[in-house]
Ligand binder design. Structure first.
Ligand SMILES: [Zn+2]
Ligand SMILES: [Zn+2]
Length: 308
C-alpha cells in the first residue's frame, strides 16, 4: 500500500528504463552501477507505467510490467548491502482507469514504494475516449495546460499518489506567466500540501524551453511546500549530468545559506557565497566558489583520501 514517502536528497530520484521506448537500451543494472560510482545512498526507479490494453505509446507494455518489477526487486536484493534500491512508477491520472480500479490494483502491490503522478496527457473532459494528444495544435496551445493541471489536481485529491512529477511542465505550451497560471498553481500547491505530497523540480524540464517555470516555484516556496529534485534520467549518463546541475538550481531557488544534499554529498552555502561540499560517508570536505567547483574539489580530495 502506498503511504507518505520520504526520499533522502542524497538519493537519485526519478529514473526510467529501456522499457519506456525512449530511454537508452541498457540493462537496469547499469543505472545502479552508475549510482554506486556516484556515491548515492539510494536510487528510485519510476518508469512510465503501462495501462491495460496498451492504448498509449512512449511507455512499457502492460505485459512488461511484471518483468520490470522482478528486475528491480532482484537488483534490490543483489545490492542491498551497498545501496537502497526503490521500485516505483510514473503515471498519469485518467478517471476512466480509476473507475476500472487500475490504480487500486497498483496500490495493493506492496512492492511499489512510490506512485508518482506525472501528467503527460489528460482525458478530454467531455469524452473519455479522447485524450489531449488527439486535439489539434490550436486547441493544445490554448487548453492543454488547463487539462493537465485539472487532471493533476484531481489526481492529488484522489489520494492514490505520493509525489507530483514536474507540475510546472503542464505550462509547456504557454509563452508567458499569467494570473490564471498563478491561480491554477496555487490550487495545485495547496492541494498537494493538504495531501502531504512533495512537488518535483524536474531536471529534464530545465533543458526544454517553457517546461520549467520559476514563477511556479516562487509560489511553492512561499507556501513552504515539500520540494524534491527529480533527475528524470533516461540514461545512466543523465544521472551524473543532471545531478551537478541540480545543485546550483536548488541553491538559487531555496537561497544561499541553505543546506542541501546531492547524492553522497552535503552542500552548504555560506553567507559569503562560497560553497562547502562534504562527503556523507567519509566526512571529507572541500570548498569552492560554485557548488560545482566545491564538488569537483571534493572529488579530488576523496581520491587522495582513498589513496592513503
Ligand atoms: Zn520519459
Ligand atoms: Zn514525466
Amino acid at each position: 500500500m502506498i503511504s507518505k514517502v520520504s526520499i533522502p536528497e542524497t538519493d537519485l530520484f526519478h529514473v526510467h528504463t529501456y522499457r519506456c521506448q525512449h530511454a537508452d537500451e541498457v540493462p537496469d543494472e547499469d543505472y545502479v552501477l552508475k549510482a554506486l560510482q556516484m556515491g548515492a545512498t539510494g536510487i528510485w526507479f519510476t518508469d512510465h507505467a503501462p495501462f491495460p490494453g496498451d492504448r498509449f505509446g512512449n511507455r512499457m507494455l502492460y505485459e512488461e510490467l511484471d518483468g520490470y518489477i522482478r528486475s528491480v526487486m532482484s537488483l534490490k536484493e543483489k545490492y542491498e548491502d551497498r545501496i537502497h534500491i526503490h521500485l516505483g512508477l510514473e503515471i498519469e491520472y485518467l478517471p476512466e482507469y480509476d473507475r476500472k480500479g487500475y490504480y487500486d490494483e497498483l496500490l495493493n502491490d506492496d512492492r511499489f514504494e512510490v506512485l508518482m503522478l506525472g501528467q503527460h496527457m489528460a482525458e478530454d473532459a467531455d469524452n473519455p475516449e479522447i485524450h489531449t494528444f488527439d486535439w489539434d495544435k490550436e486547441r493544445l496551445k490554448n487548453e492543454e495546460y488547463k487539462a493537465l493541471m485539472g487532471a493533476l489536481i484531481e489526481g492529488i485529491c484522489s489520494g492514490k499518489f505520493n509525489v507530483v512529477a514536474h507540475p510546472d511542465r503542464s505550462f509547456r505550451r504557454c509563452k508567458k506567466w499569467t494570473d490564471e497560471m498563478s491561480n491554477l498553481s496555487e490550487t495545485l500547491i495547496d492541494k498537494a500540501k493538504e495531501h502531504n505530497m512533495p512537488l518535483e523540480i524536474n531536471m529534464h524540464s530545465l533543458e526544454d524551453k517553457h517546461h520549467f517555470w520559476p514563477e511556479f516555484w516562487e509560489i511553492a516556496k512561499k507556501k513552504d511546500s515539500r520540494i524534491i529534485i527529480g533527475l528524470d534520467a533516461h540514461s545512466p549518463e543523465e544521472l551524473e549530468k543532471r545531478r551537478s546541475k541540480s545543485i546550483s538550481i536548488t541553491s538559487r531557488l531555496l537561497g544561499p545559506e541553505s543546506i542541501f544534499n546531492v547524492s553522497g554529498s552535503v552542500i552548504t552555502v555560506k553567507e559569503d557565497d562560497t560553497y562547502i561540499a562534504k562527503d556523507v560517508r567519509t566526512r571529507v570536505s572541500s570548498q569552492g566558489n560554485t557548488a560545482e567547483e566545491a564538488l569537483y574539489n571534493l572529488r579530488i580530495a576523496l581520491e587522495l583520501y582513498y589513496e592513503v
